[in-house]
Design a protein around this ligand. Structure first.
Ligand SMILES: [Fe+2]
Ligand SMILES: [Fe+2]
Length: 203
């Protein structure tokens, strides 16, 4: 009788751990995030080349820095996804390269969507599903995209007003969280993840 009771208790524990909620929405969000960030990274690298070709050196640098940051976000999301035991299917980034003015507008729209809609929803889901590592990775990307959005808005204004000489000429990207700085306005430590500025990538 005791044995039956013991095994029943073990079985109940085993079943309840099997039923432990998987962060279903967060897994889908991580996949969408990896796709979005990887596509943004490839797109900005192509926009950077186009800007250079058109003689917009400072804007070319901005696209290159943002491209690196998006690569870091994609890598962080991927690590979290793999930590949950899920692999991402292969995909091909798709985007169009137009003039630099149009590319800046596309970048503003993309970052705007991520900041106003995508990451707030991902963060709500991650909190509800108690997916702490995903929440941290989403927060780093969310905070960085706000900065990218503002950098792009200023760059487009400068392009239209022919005042590109006022734009930053060099950027620093935190290799841990992707935070992106005007190299002339660095914090001693990354404001998002506290990495020391000596670790920042100069672009
Ligand atoms: Fe971005
Ligand atoms: Fe950082």
């Amino acid at each position: 009788m005791r044995n039956i009771l013991f095994f029943s208790i073990v079985a109940i524990f085993a079943l309840s751990s099997c039923n432990e909620a998987k962060p279903v929405k967060t897994i889908e969000n991580l996949k969408a995030g990896i796709k979005g960030e990887t596509t943004a990274s490839a797109k900005y690298a192509a926009f950077s080349l186009k800007a250079k070709e058109e003689g917009h050196e400072a804007i070319s640098k901005l696209f290159a820095a943002a491209s690196k940051a998006e690569e870091i976000h994609a890598g962080n999301h991927r690590k979290v996804l793999e930590g949950l035991g899920v692999k991402m299917d292969d995909f091909k980034p798709e985007f169009e390269v137009k003039t630099t003015a149009e590319n800046l507008q596309a970048a503003i729209d993309g970052e705007g969507y991520e900041v106003s809609t995508m990451y707030p929803q991902f963060l709500t889901d991650a909190k509800a599903e108690k997916a702490g590592k995903a929440e941290k990775s989403f927060n780093w990307a969310f905070d960085t995209e706000k900065k990218h959005h503002d950098f792009y808005v200023k760059a487009l204004e400068s392009l239209k007003a022919s005042t590109e000489s006022n734009l930053p000429v060099q950027y620093a990207v935190c290799p841990v969280c992707g935070n992106t700085y005007d190299n002339a306005k660095l914090d001693p430590k990354c404001a998002f993840c506290q990495s020391g500025q000596e670790k920042f990538l100069s672009i």
